[in-house]
Design a protein around this ligand. Structure first.
Ligand code: NDP
Ligand code: 2IT
Length: 444
């Protein structure tokens, strides 16, 4: 059996009932075969792939908190510190009822390669909880965040592990988490990113993931003598990544006609009214029914359905495994030519393969959503320097980083005779830097 197959089997046996983690490992290792084959014996001798697929450390903890009625709740807390070969652990915190160890491990594993692609010195990690912020009062969210940090603070620091946001964790949660860290440690340091601007946050961090996605896809389109201008775009999600992907796509002249949340989706043939969407989602934290109520030309549908709408470009920006094989077939039948992943692993493996085989230009999340963590690393730099850069400075750096990621992935794919296969290119380019660093640092 090949080394890659042995390690895939080992991961499945040693991590039972963690299908998302298996999926992420399989996708990465499958595309690394040509790279591993070149030095298979060397990699085997140092158990490189066994080490790379095993987190350096997994922290599991209890998070008790009291709601507004005095009732006590207990949630599970996680931080998986996956790989620190190229920098301190870095990656978001997800608060969502679906969170479990397997999901955090898949996200932490992906983060290793994504962070490597940014070219900035950050290792891979992820954390979170099965706490559901939806429907909770601000006070309840604060109680939860304080309890979560009361355990987490022992394991993080500005030079060791720097969490940020993800699903269910935005500026409000980062603020509460930061306040509690500071209170417990007495340190005013850049231990979290995604902070508000008045206590060490960076301009552009809020917009960075969505903007970065569109910058990378635009670079890919330019490389193929095309652009976002006058394209019809479908977007899933209506959170941080979706909103700023819609904003940048509109700025580049595209018409975005859909968005969704976990209960339903919007088709707005005149193009999404972004000001209204921001008010519904960012200010009022309400459902999309409220968007439809204020926008007579828009249709609201219960359930899922954005992939049924004809488009040129699809940007999945909600969550993992939200775009299945049947969706891929529908997109292609309706003329879709480009799929750019804003979420982490939103496309299933069979759907990804189908899209690629059908000639759709496909960018994997670890490349196209890396603008968020890259700008987090820029926030860390500004915190270390005790300075803050202008919007234009950070945005220019973000644009350059996304262009470089696209070209590095495309070049790596070409090098291994897989032109246009950015899934392989991203995994290969991300892997090489981490593998070289791990080899140089010995058996640790
Ligand atoms: P948000 O919490 O801001 O928004 C998430 C959006 O997706 C909401 O519209 C939410 O709907 C929807 N959603 C979440 N879970 C589900 C689900 N299980 N089924 C259906 N819809 C769902 O999160 P972000 O925008 O920050 O994150 C979106 C994706 O992007 C995630 O995959 C995340 O890992 C990834 N990402 C985020 C980065 C960041 O900087 N924030 C960086 C890189 C990647 P509802 O409100 O109803 O739950
Ligand atoms: O998936 C991701 O890259 C994020 N949620 C952002 C992580 C970060 O540290 O900014």
């Amino acid at each position: 059996m090949s080394y890659v197959d042995e390690v895939i089997e080992r991961v499945i046996t040693q991590n039972p009932a963690q299908p998302e983690f298996h999926q992420a490992v399989r996708e990465v290792l499958d595309t690394l075969r040509p790279v591993i084959d070149e030095k298979e014996q060397r990699y085997r001798d140092v158990a490189l792939l066994e080490r790379m697929t095993t987190p350096e450390r997994q922290i599991l903890f209890r998070v008790p908190w009291v709601d507004d009625n005095g009732k006590v709740h207990v949630n599970n807390g996680f931080r998986v510190q996956f790989n620190s070969a190229i920098g301190p652990y870095k990656g978001g915190l997800r608060f969502h009822p679906s969170v479990n160890l397997g999901i955090i491990k898949f996200l932490g594993f992906e983060q290793i390669f994504k962070n490597s692609l940014t070219s900035l010195p950050i290792g891979g990690a992820k954390g979170g909880s099965d706490f559901d912020p939806k429907g909770k009062s601000d006070r309840e969210v604060m109680m939860f965040c304080q309890s979560f940090m009361t355990e987490l603070y022992k394991h993080i620091g500005a030079d060791s592990d720097v969490p940020a946001g993800d699903i269910g964790v935005g500026g409000r949660e980062i603020g509460y988490l930061y306040g509690q860290y500071k209170r417990l440690t007495g340190l005013y340091e850049g231990v979290l990113t995604g902070k508000s601007l008045n206590f060490g946050g960076s301009l552009v961090r809020t917009e960075a993931t969505g903007y970065g996605l569109v910058y990378l896809v635009e670079e890919m389109l330019n490389d193929n003598n095309d652009s976002f201008k006058d394209k019809t775009v479908v977007v899933s999600g209506s959170g941080n990544v979706a909103i700023y992907a819609i904003e940048k796509a509109q700025q580049l002249g595209a018409k975005v006609v859909t968005c969704c949340d976990s209960t339903g989706w919007i088709y707005d043939p005149d193009g999404i009214d972004l000001e209204l969407l921001k008010d519904v989602k960012e200010v009022r934290r309400a459902r999309l029914t409220e968007y439809a109520a204020k926008r007579p030309g828009a249709q609201y549908h219960e359930g899922v359905g954005v992939w049924t709408v004809p488009c040129d470009i699809a940007l999945p920006c909600a969550t993992q495994n939200e775009l299945h094989l049947a969706d891929a077939k529908m997109l292609i039948a309706n003329g879709c030519k480009v799929v750019g992943e804003g979420a982490n692993m939103p496309t299933t493996l069979d759907a990804t393969t189908y899209l690629q085989k059908s000639g759709v230009m496909f960018t994997p999340g670890k490349a196209s959503n890396a603008g968020g963590v890259a700008t987090s690393a820029l926030e860390m730099s500004q915190n270390s320097e005790r300075t803050s850069w202008t919007f234009e400075q950070v945005d220019a750096k973000l644009q350059q980083i996304m262009k470089n990621i696209y070209h590095n992935c495309a070049d790596a794919a070409n090098e291994y005779n897989m032109p246009g296969n950015l899934v392989a290119g991203a995994n290969i380019a991300g892997f090489r830097k981490v593998a070289d660093a791990m080899n140089a640092q010995g058996i640790v």
